[in-house]
Write a new protein. Structure first.
Lengths: 428, 296
């Protein structure tokens, strides 16, 4: 049985409440559009070109957001149990399959929104071997179409990719890989136009790309400031919603304005010397997806030993992986953003190259790496990254846990584990 | 010499080099301490064995190893080995990746053509070399197809799911008095696939088209229920064992549909999930009991 031991996070920033309120209202609006009004909508993985859906005004439910939504309602255990009852092994990959599990459980009484209606299509990049099966079966269960996107091999290996990806994206991500994704996105647009009757407006798309650059530049500016500020003005528990909620709406007026507001609030706190902890002594790095079922975990040691999680991938990712010089080729620029979004976070040399550099930039004292036991993709690159960090003088704790499945998670035990690790390694 | 890791690599090209040593093998039972320090728990055990061999210098006589993108284990192993070479933790052959695109779109088919061309250039093959490679591989394919099948009397048990490392599961089935049907992982990696069209004047495209038409393995798009029903019928199966390892994360998604298909075909099945690739988990007793019960 699932044991829900997660704790809520403590909020210091005014804009955090605004972001959460916006997302709550957006969720209600999204529900109205897709459930009540029956508008066409898409379910898509996070690493797919959401910009296309936004430019076509097609509502999109990001699978990871939907998973987090289900998980936050403490429903993951119920739905994973339903998967086992349907004959799937208990160790099947969790992160991307919670939405499928919810659909297969077919229990409108408990499902968020009473369950999802039939989407226009499902879209996923084939970054691992299970995603096409998960999305294929989910599409079948929802009686709709699955639009897969290739995840081609990447031979140009530049461990310092993050230093020049904004300008040299053709070279870094590879012209062949970019060209392939551009063709696929053109096919996606044509299919969406046919299915929905909505059109893709090139100019609207170009403006969206420009505004996304502006939005990500605010986030990146704040991330750079957090890296050098002592104390850290805002822990990752608050970085995540202020980055990820606008990220789901990237390029919209609200998202740009919110990113600016978040940047300003971070800068104000730095100027005032305000810290996430009243006595910051240890700066921690979190490597892995957000721990959606226990966001309070990140702040549990802030006051007792001054250990602050100052870094997670979501915020600093805005700079190297989102901002693009458009060069009059917005579709190619978008392809360069999408075609390696997953790879740079989970494969050597990109993952370890970036994270080691980020640890140095942010003055990290120790790192905690999430190692989901049943997910090769999420595990991928973690040992080599841990070794690279240790070689750079950053002690690393690896914890076996899943980001959406609360099974085997005990808040107090995990907090103790981190505290013991910091003591044993002489950090605390 | 050259070797491969994974399926869906154009063997016609490798045969054309006359330097192809075949797929890399593995030792199921060997300890893999160095590989364990680098690879996470969900990597297939064969990847650990190959990486340990690489670290031990057992592959040093090879010039290149071609990894397939059609399997997540082999593609990730490629990146890890590249990184470990960069760090100086490994030496040995040059790792090369062969990209595989499977989607039913012209962009994917064009990508396959480009990848076959790239590999041919890397292997320094010209058009006549490639045509020769196709012809020689087709001869091999014909021999495989026309090899007299060992006609044996008895009841057949289909073995499907994760491809086993060798014939140890087959032997357990045979020890129970049944005929085992199903490929090992080595069989799959050595499979040259269907014949490639010869003398088209465009041998690169001919090879790419053959690869592109192949839909199997963890990243293939196919109706898994129909396919297992067809395999069971082709083999004349009286029983089936669906066996998946702890590390399996792709083919196991077929399990509910395949189980239903076998039920509909009236074929009794034994479902074994999260199993030890080396079969050290008492699977022999479970298979023996299952087949004994069917023996009546």
């Amino acid at each position: 049985m699932t044991t829900a031991t997660g704790q809520r996070s403590r909020k210091l920033l005014a804009c955090t409440a605004e972001a959460n309120a916006y997302q709550k209202a957006f969720g209600q609006q999204l529900k109205r559009r897709v459930v009540d009004d029956g508008e066409p909508f898409v379910i898509a993985q996070a690493d797919t070109p959401h910009e296309i859906f936004h430019a076509m005004d097609i509502p999109v439910i990001a699978n990871q957001w939907w998973s987090a939504y289900i998980s936050a309602k403490q429903l993951s255990g119920r739905y994973f149990d339903a998967m086992v009852e349907k004959g799937y092994p208990a160790n099947s990959c969790k992160y991307c399959s919670l939405g499928l599990a919810c659909t297969l459980a077919n229990d409108p009484a408990t499902a968020p929104w009473g369950g999802l209606p039939r989407p226009t299509m499902l879209v996923a990049r084939l970054t691992c071997d299970c995603i096409q099966h998960v999305f294929g079966q989910w599409a079948e269960a929802l009686d709709t179409e699955f639009f897969p996107i290739e995840a081609p091999a990447w031979e140009h290996k530049d461990a310092q990719w993050f230093a020049h990806s904004r300008t040299d994206w053709e070279e870094i991500y590879g012209p062949e890989r970019i060209a392939l994704l551009v063709k696929e996105m053109r096919d996606l647009i044509a299919t969406l136009e046919k299915r929905t009757g909505r059109t893709f407006d090139e100019e609207k798309f170009r403006l969206l790309m420009e505004r996304t650059n502006e939005q990500e530049a605010y986030i990146w500016e704040a991330a750079q400031a957090i890296g050098t500020a002592r104390p850290c003005p805002v822990s990752i528990a608050e970085q995540m919603p202020n980055v990820m909620i606008p990220q789901w709406h990237r390029g919209s007026e609200w998202a740009v304005a919110h990113a600016r507001k978040f940047r300003d609030e971070v800068m104000d706190r730095i100027a005032a010397g305000a810290g996430a902890s009243s006595s910051e002594r240890i700066r921690l790095m979190w490597i892995g997806a957000g721990l959606w079922h226990d966001p309070g975990f990140y702040q549990a040691l802030e006051e007792s030993i001054g250990a602050v999680f100052v870094w997670s991938m979501y915020m600093p990712f805005a700079g190297p992986q989102y901002i693009r010089d458009l060069k009059g080729k917005p579709m190619e620029a978008l392809a360069s953003r999408i075609c390696s979004m997953n790879e740079v976070l989970h494969l050597p040399p990109w993952m370890n190259g970036w994270m080691t550099s980020e640890a140095e930039r942010c003055g990290i004292d120790a790192a905690v790496i999430l190692l989901p036991p049943d997910n090769r993709l999420s595990q991928s690159g973690t040992k080599l990254t841990a070794q690279a960090l240790e070689a750079a003088g950053v002690p690393v704790l690896m914890i076996d846990a899943d980001m959406v499945d609360a099974k085997n998670w005990d808040h107090d035990r995990m907090v103790r584990m981190v505290a013991d690790f910091l003591a044993e390694r002489g950090v605390a | 010499m050259l070797a491969t890791v994974g399926a869906d690599i154009p063997l016609d090209l490798l045969n054309a080099t006359r330097r192809f040593a075949g797929p890399l093998g593995w030792n199921v039972d060997r300890p893999t301490p160095r590989a364990d320090a680098w690879l996470e728990s969900k990597f297939a055990p064969w990847a650990r064995s190959i990486l340990e061999d690489w670290a031990d210098g057992r592959l040093d006589e090879l010039a290149q190893v071609i990894f397939s993108r059609s399997d997540d284990n082999s593609q990730r192993l490629y990146y890890y080995i590249c990184e470990l070479r960069e760090r100086g933790a490994l030496a040995g052959p040059e790792p090369v990746i062969f990209d595989v695109a499977r989607l039913r779109r012209s962009s994917s088919r064009d990508h396959m053509v480009m990848q076959v061309r790239k590999l041919a250039e890397r292997l320094d093959l010209d058009g006549s070399d490639i045509e020769r490679g196709i012809a020689e591989t087709n001869v091999h394919r014909s021999k495989l197809a026309s090899a007299p099948s060992k006609v044996r009397d008895g009841r057949v048990c289909l073995l499907a799911g994760t491809a086993p490392p060798d014939r140890r599961l087959h032997h357990i089935i045979e020890a129970a008095g049944w005929i085992a049907s199903g490929p090992t992982l080595g069989d799959i990696w050595r499979d040259p696939g269907d014949a490639v069209v010869e003398r088209t004047g465009r041998p690169i495209e001919a090879i790419a088209d053959q690869l592109y038409a192949t839909q199997g393995g963890p990243r293939g798009f196919y109706d898994s229920a129909s396919r297992i029903a067809q395999h069971a019928a082709d083999a004349g199966s009286n029983a089936a064992i669906l066996w998946y390892t702890e590390e399996e994360e792709a083919l196991v998604w077929h399990l509910p549909a395949q189980r239903r298909a076998l039920e509909q075909a009236g074929i009794p099945s034994l479902i074994l999930t999260r199993r030890d690739w080396a079969a050290r988990d008492g699977v022999d007793i479970e298979i023996e009991n299952f087949l004994k019960e069917l023996n009546g």
